[in-house]
Ligand binder design. Structure first.
Ligand SMILES: N[C@@H](CCC(=O)N[C@@H](CS)C(=O)NCC(=O)O)C(=O)O
Length: 208
């Protein structure tokens, strides 16, 4: 059994989608980051960075409880644990990791900055909105060119797609019309039909 510490955000939903895809039993522990649950000593003991998601695999390596934070590391751990959502071929594995890192270092941070400056900033900061929106559109262009050539980010459906989907699902928040990026829209619509993706996107069952 895996304990999942999460909230209704793209980073949290990457892990719930993966757990659903892998059909691993898990218990959801909602961490309300709006109320500051991420700073409690109990949560900090699991995630010293005070951010969701985090997991504790009660049957970790050596059959001992194993705590892990950072969504990219968690996705890789779950793939290694099950041998799924990652191609077997070493070169193809690294291509998946390349797109996973692209999500972790580009898509997540840049889209997230647009969300912050458009929806949460205490005062309008046009320079920041312009800077992060421009970079967000550039990243969509990179995704679109790639997905125009192949069905998924890697050679098969993988943790790279799982990591990127919940961020693209917030396209209205970062003011991107998917019609401008037709290959991304095709990929997004296809993945969104997967039952595990629908289930993972509904975790935890709270307001968006
Ligand atoms: N690189 C981290 C980012 C995690 C992250 O930014 N989590 C956000 C929610 S999506 C959070 O917990 N924010 C609470 C805070 O910053 O206090 C990961 O991918 O796991």
């Amino acid at each position: 059994m895996i304990d999942l510490y999460t909230w209704s955000t793209p980073n949290g939903r990457k892990v719930s989608i993966a757990l659903e895809e892998l059909q691993l039993p898990y218990t959801v522990h909602p961490i309300d980051i709006g109320k500051g649950d991420q700073f409690t000593p109990e949560f900090v003991a699991i995630c010293p960075n005070s951010k969701i998601p985090a997991i504790v695999d009660q049957a970790g390596p050596d059959r001992k409880p194993f705590a892990l934070f950072e969504s990219g590391a968690i996705l890789l751990y779950l793939s290694y644990k099950t041998g799924k959502l990652l191609p077997r071929d070493p070169a193809e594995q690294f291509r998946v990791m390349q797109w996973l890192m692209f999500q972790m270092g580009g898509v997540g941070p840049m889209f997230g900055q647009v969300h912050h400056f458009v929806r949460a900033a205490k005062e309008p900061v046009p320079y920041a909105i312009e800077r992060y929106s421009k970079e967000t559109r550039r990243l969509y262009g990179v995704l679109n060119t790639h997905l125009d050539r192949q069905q998924y980010l890697g050679s098969e459906y993988s943790i790279a797609d799982v990591a990127t989907y919940p961020w693209v699902a917030r396209h209205e928040w970062h003011r991107v019309d998917l019609a401008d990026f037709p290959a991304v829209m095709r990929w997004f619509d296809e993945i969104g039909e997967r039952p595990a993706v629908k289930a993972g996107m509904a975790v935890p069952p709270v307001a968006k």
